[in-house]
Write a protein that binds this ligand. Structure first.
Ligand code: TNX
Length: 503
């Protein structure tokens, strides 16, 4: 009953585990107590249980978290874990705090959602688990509609339950610039003052951003900041006249068109701007990646685009980060070694999307898969929905978001080239936390499982290799946890929601 489906799960011939009021969390190994603290806090808020954390061997009925080199499943040190549940106790073993943390997320799903009243029991089980891909991502567009640091933290809390370990923040777009830049303060003072449909706007101070990054890191989530350029830059152009060819700033923009704005190429002021914003954001970012967009540059001359991307990607590398960008950036043959491309065309690639994606691999990089017709969380579930857009081949049902495979999209792009998967939420129509959650859940569960769980065998068709009915059953179970946590989700018709979930 776990999402993502573990690599190996077998029930064990033992009486169930019962969490007694005096149960403790026993920790051993570096970092185990930080993971235990998070579990303790979760059991306190999810189940009103107050457990103590002890640095002692486990006694009967305790939950043990053990971090040691030989505790991870073979070959899966980075994020693998084992989880054993039996009458004697619960034991999570891992080689890293990340592995132990994912083990804890599995345990949270095994704990009954209604766990506030005694007795709390968990059936005996043995799980040996590890991810398929190192990168499992969700993207939140805070540029179209701005979301507060608390809203982003709530989003992080919800995605870690699905073992999503990267949060891509789309920080800048035509409608708003959301990260304060000390050397260009008008980007937020003016460029951050509004948002889509005339919404309030807002931005993160550097302290707020640092705090967000640290909050994510404690939960083993790497923040990937995106500064979208050279297109999607009206907010910047509106804030600084000197970034415009005619020296005149356009008005702020609050509509939903794309492709009308561009930064200049081969311009000294623009180069200084790019260097400054990349330098400041790189300094705020402990993670390896800095995303520079590069998408939908319909008003950038093609030669200027190539020059801009080569310069901007080199700037990112000079500031010590691995450049990432949407697949159009692969038009450039001049990308730093290791540059990551993000594929956002359809399951059947159109035009030059496949070639542009393979270009990252040819240049020593790798690819994140976000096919828009299955992985975009802002696409409507059903025709006529209040929230979302339908440009990506019509509505995206939960089944569609589940029945695909990252290694079977771009011909020639195989498992070894794929860094992972990401489900982006664009927020032109998304205004509130409840809107975010309605679009994200349950479809993120599908993409998270595709990113974590073992690949379907080569000989199977994806549709039959992925058991949608089994997945839908597990979604119904997970929904009880969402309900208990107050997380909104869409009651899609393909899931038989349990009784207590109101429809
Ligand atoms: C395309 S995907 C965009 C975004 C829009 C999104 C809406 C991509 C790289 N660019 O600017 O918000 O569609 O679904």
């Amino acid at each position: 009953m776990v999402i993502p489906r573990p690599a190996m799960l077998e029930s064990v011939d033992s009486a169930p585990f019962t969490l007694a009021p005096d149960a403790r969390i026993s920790v051993a190994g570096a970092g185990a107590s930080s993971v235990a603290e998070l579990l303790r806090a979760e059991l306190a808020s999810d189940c009103s249980r107050s457990l103590t954390v002890v640095h002692e061997p486990p006694a009967f009925g305790d939950i043990a978290i053990v971090i040691a080199d030989d505790e991870a499943p073979d070959g899966h040190d980075a994020e693998g874990y084992t989880l054993e549940v039996a009458a004697e106790g619960v034991r999570i073993g891992a080689a890293t705090t990340a592995g132990a943390f994912w083990g804890v997320q599995t345990l949270r799903q095994l704990v009954p959602a209604e766990c506030g009243s005694d007795p709390l029991t968990i059936g005996a089980v043995r799980i040996v688990d590890h991810p398929r891909y190192a990168y499992r991502g969700a993207m939140l567009d805070v540029a179209r509609h701005f979301f507060s640091p608390d809203a982003v933290k709530r989003f992080i809390d919800a995605i870690v339950l699905l073992k999503v370990n990267h949060l891509h923040l789309h920080l800048t777009d035509d409608q708003g610039w959301r990260i304060h830049i000390d050397s260009w303060p008008n980007l937020t003072a003016h460029g951050g003052s509004t948002g889509s449909d005339g919404s309030d706007g807002g931005f993160y101070t550097q302290d707020e951003f640092r705090d967000l990054v640290a909050y994510a890191a404690e939960r083993h989530v790497t923040v990937v900041p995106e500064l979208d350029m050279p297109g999607h830059t009206n907010a910047a152009l509106a804030s600084y006249p000197e970034l415009n060819a005619d020296g005149v700033s356009p008005a702020l923009y609050t509509g939903s068109k794309v492709g009308f704005s561009t930064l200049l190429s081969g311009d000294a002021t623009t180069a200084r701007f790019v260097d400054d914003v990349v330098r400041e954001v790189a300094a705020l970012t402990p993670g390896p990646y800095l995303h520079i967009g590069g998408d939908e540059c319909q008003s950038t001359d093609p030669a200027d685009f190539l020059r801009f991307i080569a310069d901007a990607a080199a700037t990112v590398a000079r500031h010590g980060k691995i450049p990432a960008g949407w697949h159009e950036m692969g038009k450039s043959g001049d990308l730093p070694d290791g540059t990551v491309g993000q594929y956002w065309d359809f399951l059947t690639p159109r035009g030059s999307a496949a070639d542009e994606t393979l270009s990252f691999v040819r240049q020593g990089g790798s690819v994140i898969m976000s096919p828009a017709d299955v992985a975009y969380l802002d696409i409507v579930y059903e025709e006529g929905d209040r929230l979302g857009q339908d440009w990506a081949d019509g509505p995206t049902t939960l089944r569609q978001s589940y029945e695909w495979d990252p290694a079977r999209v771009v011909p020639g792009l195989t498992e070894a080239h794929i860094l992972g998967v990401e489900a982006p939420l664009w927020t032109e129509t998304v205004e509130t936390v409840s809107d975010i959650e309605e679009m994200v859940f349950p479809r993120l569960a599908a993409v998270a499982e595709i990113g974590w769980s073992p690949a379907p065998s080569d000989t199977d068709a994806v549709e039959t290799a992925r058991d949608f009915d089994d997945f839908a059953e597990r979604v119904a179970h997970l929904a009880e946890h969402w309900e208990a946590a107050g997380t909104n989700f869409r009651r899609v018709p393909e899931v038989r929601w349990r009784e207590r979930v109101s429809s």
